[in-house]
Design a protein around this ligand. Structure first.
Ligand SMILES: [Zn+2]
Length: 247
């Protein structure tokens, strides 16, 4: 073997080795792409209620999961404030109906909520959440306590909360202090309505700020409750009984 042949062989071997390094896929990417999201695969055909066994994953990437997946808001942002009333006794039912306080929603609702919060933050405010997705079993429990459609949606029909497309919210300043919205959350009187005019200018402006920001982020109001917002077209999603696991 002469010197030039040996040099050529070594050079070719080096080039092949370099190529193999550059074309090798990032193993991390491979794993992410092959994650299976079980709760997207099991939709009941006999009824419109989604069947989900348990929370098996908490996916954090937008691109690798379906928009209809249930995800936890806190995995996507730490810029929200929380006062999840139904995970305490401090609600109109006077009974805690969630085992723990978490804000799960469908991914598409989360995306819209992140946009809304970003805009509010540019103005010095944050969204504070009172309620998010509500499993159908919890809706049934609430209905068994107060079977009045003026206060609780009949579980036979369900609400957008049971579909993962509704949030009950208010606005807080950067210190977490709530803006005055004229009534507390879950105050069931005419004063809570968007139609109600006999409010101070400050309250009207606060409600308008919340409403405009949410509408711009693709949410829609619910006439009788200033705190309730539905993602546009969320009614098309199935009612669900997906339940999250508490620590
Ligand atoms: Zn609501």
């Amino acid at each position: 073997m002469n010197k030039s042949f040996l040099f050529l062989s070594l050079f070719l071997a080096f080039v092949l080795f370099s190529c193999s390094i550059h074309t090798k896929k990032n193993p991390k990417t491979e794993i992410i792409n092959t994650i299976i999201y079980p709760f997207e695969k099991k939709e009941a055909t006999e009824s419109n209620i989604e069947i989900v066994n348990s929370q098996e994953l908490t996916p954090k990437l937008f691109e690798s999961i379906a928009d209809t997946s249930f995800v936890n808001l806190k995995d996507y942002s730490s810029d929200f404030f929380y006062d999840m009333k139904y995970a305490t006794n401090d609600n109109f039912l006077k009974i805690k109906v969630y085992d723990c306080s978490e804000c799960y929603l469908r991914l598409r609702t989360i995306k819209a909520l992140l946009k809304a919060n970003e805009r509010f933050m540019n103005k010095g405010y944050h969204i504070k959440l009172f309620d998010c997705y509500r499993p159908l079993d919890v809706q049934k429990k609430m209905w068994s306590i107060i079977s009045n459609p003026d206060y609780v949606a009949n579980p036979k029909k369900g609400s957008i909360h049971n579909r993962g497309g509704a949030v009950d919210i208010t606005l807080v300043d950067s210190n977490g202090k709530e803006l005055d919205m004229g009534t507390p959350f879950d105050f069931f009187g005419i004063e809570s309505s968007h139609e109600f005019e006999n409010l101070s200018e400050e309250v009207k402006n606060n409600r308008k700020l919340l409403k405009n920001g949410m509408i711009r982020a693709n949410f829609r109001i619910f006439d009788s409750e200033w705190w309730h917002y539905n993602l546009k077209n969320a009614k098309k999603d199935n009612l669900s009984n997906f339940k999250w696991i508490c620590d």
